[in-house]
Design a protein. Structure first.
Ligand SMILES: [Zn+2]
Length: 465
């Protein structure tokens, strides 16, 4: 007997990972069911360094007394495991645009572009290929829907930031588009004044602006933008009843997208991105990052629950690149203070983004900074630490040896890290291979070391294209 997806869910909730199948090694029975999937869910924890998985597991155990779904899959029969080699065409370290383009087009391209070769030749995105073969594409993200990762699946651009020009490319190419970025569909905010939302409505998309709209939606075709820019950080949403009412979670968006695609009788690819794990890593914001990773894991749980009684859908879970490689350092004699330092992360109630914005609105002296950090992050920093943050924000030179960390996010992350036991390598993407987990028909194609530019070929082969 191998664990079904339903058992995986119960398994994770119980938090007892190995006990359900005593004496049985992983993968010792070949999964039954179809060899090729009818649909593929491709889940991306953007900018997730490999060490984030055990940190999120420890955080989940500490705050929710249960395991994460992703860790549950690591001890489940029939689940494949691998690593993703993430380089781009011009760097050992990729950005999200080149990474997503490699998955989508099958070619490594220079950083900063979408589906354009180093020579400037247009490459076919997987979204274009799927539409040409009567398959459906869904894009779900916590960033703007036109941000680099979803855009790589369906758009071409010389500049990943040209989101005004990426948005119209989704029309009749992606069936479901959910995330942030309403300004790119708004005639009052677009440079060309085009009423793009009206164009989507005319093409039979339901255009959604709030969580209530999403929960009440009935259509097959959805364009949902629940914020002008990226969706708020989960940690900030958790403290704000208005955001909780108006902005859906990644799990809610993922569940509705998957239900709509399953209800149709065509093959589909659903890309789901937890985008702000990356953003929190750029800000060295460990509490913000772990709350985002847990929200991504909740989306994994929703997907697995919906697929519990099916054997025709492949789920692939990975990341496009590492970012800043957060790691828990042992602290105290015999590392005895490590756990209590880590436990302080759960006391944070505010993202670093919001903390720095609050400071910009109402700056003050070192005591005021210390107070703000205590109220936001749950740690009491020393006066000299608070003074150093103020100096860096003011652009004053401070003693530092890591040029990566000589900026407000870097100095704040280091100083908060003194109190959490957390260290960071910098504030940028890293070259590390990322984790790769797959379950369902074709999952074994994602075991071992996979280059990011091999993904398109595997996905299309599994679709029979
Ligand atoms: Zn990034």
């Amino acid at each position: 007997m191998r664990l079904s997806r339903r058992q995986v869910i119960g398994h994770s909730l119980l938090g007892s990972l190995a006990g359900l199948v005593p004496g049985r090694a992983r993968g010792d029975e070949t999964p039954k069911g179809p060899a090729k999937p009818r649909g593929i869910v491709f889940m991306v924890s953007d900018g997730m360094s490999p060490g984030v998985l055990p940190l999120a597991e420890a955080f989940s155990q500490q705050t929710r007394k249960r395991s994460t779904h992703w860790c549950g899959l690591l001890t489940t029969d029939g689940v494949s495991h691998g690593l993703m080699d993430t380089a781009s065409a011009d760097s050992l370290v990729t950005d999200s645009a080149a990474a997503s383009s490699a998955w989508s087009s099958g070619k490594r391209i220079p950083n900063g572009q979408l589906n354009l070769s180093a020579e400037g030749k247009k490459l076919e995105s997987i979204g274009e290929t799927l539409v040409a073969h009567d398959c459906l594409l869904g894009l779900v993200t916590t960033a703007t829907v036109t941000h680099a990762t979803p855009a790589g699946f369906a758009a071409t651009s010389t500049d990943r930031n040209a989101e005004d020009s990426i948005a119209p490319q989704y029309l009749n190419r992606a069936e479901i588009i959910l995330g942030g970025g309403s300004v790119f569909f708004d005639p009052a905010r677009r440079a060309d004044k085009r009423d793009l939302a009206a164009d989507f409505r005319a093409a039979k998309y339901e255009v959604l602006r709030t969580r209530s709209d999403l929960l009440a939606s009935k259509g097959d075709r959805l364009l949902g933008t629940f914020s002008e820019s990226h969706l708020p950080y989960s940690i900030d949403r958790s403290q704000d009843p208005v955001l909780q009412k108006d902005v859906p979670t990644l799990a809610e968006m993922s569940g509705i997208a998957l239900e709509r695609l399953l209800a149709r009788d065509r093959p589909f690819l659903l890309q789901i991105e937890g985008a702000r794990i990356d953003h929190a890593a750029h800000l060295n914001d460990i509490a913000g990052l772990l709350h985002e990773q847990i929200a991504f894991d909740d989306a994994i749980g929703t997907v697995l629950e919906l697929l519990a009684d099916r054997d025709d859908i492949l789920v692939v879970i990975t990341s496009d690149h590492g970012n800043a490689n957060p790691g828990l350092n042992g602290t105290g004699a015999k590392y005895a203070q490590t756990n209590s330092h880590f436990a302080r992360i759960a006391e944070a109630t505010c993202s670093h983004e919001r903390l720095l914005a609050r400071w910009a609105e109402k700056p003050g002296d070192a005591a005021a900074m210390s107070e703000l950090i205590a109220a936001s992050l749950g740690v009491k920093v020393e006066e000299k630490e608070a003074a150093a943050i103020i100096d860096v924000i003011a652009g004053k030179p401070v003693p530092e040896w890591s040029h990566q960390l000589a900026n407000p996010p870097g100095i704040l992350g280091q100083i908060a890290g003194n109190h959490y036991g957390m260290g960071w390598t910098g504030i940028s993407h890293t070259a590390d291979p990322t984790l790769l987990t797959a379950t369902g028909p074709g999952a074994t194609r994602f075991s071992g070391l996979i280059r990011n530019d091999q993904v398109r070929g595997i996905l299309l082969d599994l679709f029979g294209i």
